[in-house]
Design a protein around this ligand. Structure first.
Ligand code: IMP
Length: 198
């Protein structure tokens, strides 16, 4: 099965590729000739994931899925949430976003947060499926580690061993992460669909 992942984020592609069964031929946006920025103007993670996947399906005619992820910080009433990418401005710079987050939490003893990912799959016209995954954690006092991307250097998952996501290997992050959990829903959907077809 040919399936496009509607994202220009190479880190996400690296995380997702090993989680999919060998029967899936994963295509990047470049593979299908899509080089423009995808629309992402909705007010929810669900809306953005759907919008990106639907755009690729409508314009390129390939089955595809998109993810949208937000970091929800309890002491900030769920911010940055759906605005995580542009938290510190339209330049979407990870270092600026992390710096702003640490500044906002500077005097805050409550540092609970969670990552939430929503995946939307568009397989055929009018057929949209959604899968979600989340992981709870704590925002560290300062960035640690060089792996991963985005907010990974300041996110310490509660189910981990005290390291940030950026200190983990890709395999270790995938054992706990919001995105891996959402992808597990997608994979289960495909194996159920295959069973039904037999
Ligand atoms: P989006 O899903 O690409 O829109 O991501 C929203 C924001 O969250 C961006 O700033 C990403 O860098 C960040 N982000 C998304 N997924 C992760 C992750 O797995 N770890 C850390 N940051 C992430």
């Amino acid at each position: 099965m040919r399936l496009c992942f509607a994202s220009n984020n190479a880190h996400k592609l690296d995380e997702i590729r090993p989680l999919l069964p060998a029967t899936v031929q994963l295509l990047s946006l470049a593979d299908i000739g899509c080089h423009e920025e995808l629309p992402e103007t909705q007010a929810t993670l669900e809306g953005n994931a759907r919008q990106k996947a639907q755009y690729v399906f409508d314009n390129y005619g390939v089955s595809c899925f998109a993810d949208d992820t937000g970091l929800e910080v309890a002491a900030l009433d769920g911010a940055p949430g759906v605005y995580s990418a542009r938290y510190a401005g339209p330049q979407r710079a990870a270092a600026d976003n992390v710096a702003k987050l640490l500044h906002e939490l500077a005097t805050q003893p409550q540092r609970q947060a969670r990552f939430r990912t929503v995946i939307a799959l568009v397989r055929s016209a009018g057929e949209v499926h959604e899968f979600s995954g989340e992981v709870s954690g704590i925002i560290a006092a300062a960035p640690i580690g060089h792996g991963g991307f985005g907010y990974d250097p300041v996110f310490v998952p509660l189910e981990g061993d005290g390291r940030t996501f950026a200190e983990m290997t890709l395999v270790e992050k995938n054992l706990l992460s919001h995105r891996a959990r959402a992808v597990a829903g997608l994979v289960a959907f495909f194996s159920d669909a295959e069973e039904l077809a037999q």
